[in-house]
Design a binder for this molecule. Structure first.
Ligand code: NDP
Length: 289
């Protein structure tokens, strides 16, 4: 039977790892150990030391950045069994994924970049979209485990391409969110009924995932912690890095990445990504930057 390990039980990793327990033994590790113990008590996983996770056949990571993954890889690489598959669900950097895949290959292990979309709600429901970069044969071996939390699991190309697609997805989401925030800040100053405006836009051609799912809550000033603004700013930065790598010119994406960085600097460390609207509102003179 396949043993899986999940490293990083944050807003995404905690619910994602819960689905693996249905398929077999699931080892869990978290930097702050209490969270792993809580997971074990809630879902029947087994909280272990970092070193013990090297015994797993498939190791999942879901950490803030590729650098954080690198830190764990440095410690685990000498302990891995040949044939191990490392599935990184972090929204990471393609170049880092390619380097990590090479290091793993030298140790007889394989790497898939498998970032996800759908937020903590999709993770809990097991309906995440998973964009996978790596060898088809490696994906097919890991697929049953990935499908335990993924409703859509698609290979998009060789190692690194999953991360590249995820960065584009998130910068697109940011463009929509930011543009909608600017539009609504301008409507607010024209005495428009904003709830009515949102309803009619959501029945019109300017609607988006952000206007349909985020803005009803934003208009109620609800900013539940869901997906950190710092993580969205990181993702837009990765999208920009990828544009530079191919020597392209993407002024709209570049501007969005820079605006997100400014918005992030103006908010608390744990601010949700929807809180970028506060920065946009301040640009219109509602409140302070
Ligand atoms: P969280 O901040 O909620 O969780 C981060 C996790 O990583 C925690 O378990 C934390 O441990 C651990 N961690 C942080 N730094 C290190 C480190 N240096 N070494 C070891 N462990 C570390 O993040 P999310 O779960 O929201 O996001 C994780 C990844 O998934 C990110 O790349 C994000 O961009 C992506 N993502 C997030 C989505 C969302 O809606 N939240 C949606 C899709 C993708 P500790 O408990 O000790 O702090």
């Amino acid at each position: 039977m396949t043993t899986a390990a999940f490293l990083g039980l944050g807003a995404m990793g905690y619910p994602m790892a819960s689905h693996l327990t249905r398929l077999g033994e699931t080892l869990v590790w978290n930097r702050t150990p209490g969270r792993a113990e809580q997971h074990a008590a809630e879902f029947g996983s087994r909280a272990v030391t970092l070193e013990e996770t090297a015994q797993a056949d498939v190791i999942f990571t879901c950490l803030p950045t590729s650098d954080d993954v690198e830190g764990l890889l440095d410690r685990l690489l000498p302990l891995l069994k040949p044939g191990t598959i490392w599935v990184d669900c972090t929204s990471g950097r393609p170049a880092a994924g390619r380097e990590q895949a090479q290091r793993l290959q030298q140790a007889g292990a394989a790497f898939l970049d498998a970032p996800v979309s759908g937020g903590p709600t999709g993770a809990k429901a097991g309906t995440l979209a998973v964009m996978v970069g790596g060898e088809t044969e490696v994906l097919e071996r890991a697929r049953p485990l990935i499908e335990s939390f993924g409703g859509t699991v698609l290979r998009v190309g060789p190692v690194g391409t999953g991360f590249a697609v995820k960065a584009v997805n998130n910068v697109l989401m940011a463009v929509h969110l930011w543009a909608t925030a600017e539009g609504f800040a301008s409507l607010q100053q024209q005495g428009v009924d904003l709830d009515a405006a949102l309803s009619v836009i959501n029945a019109s051609s300017g609607r988006s995932f952000s206007s349909e799912n985020k803005f009803p809550k934003i208009l109620k000033r609800e900013f539940a912690p869901f997906f950190k603004l710092s993580l969205l700013a990181k993702d837009a930065g990765i999208a920009l890095e990828n544009v530079q790598e191919v020597r392209g010119s993407a002024p709209l994406l570049a501007q969005t990445a820079m605006l997100l960085r400014a918005a992030q600097a103006s908010q608390s460390e744990d601010a949700d990504h929807a809180e970028l609207v506060k920065f946009v509102e301040a640009m219109f003179g509602h409140g302070t930057l």
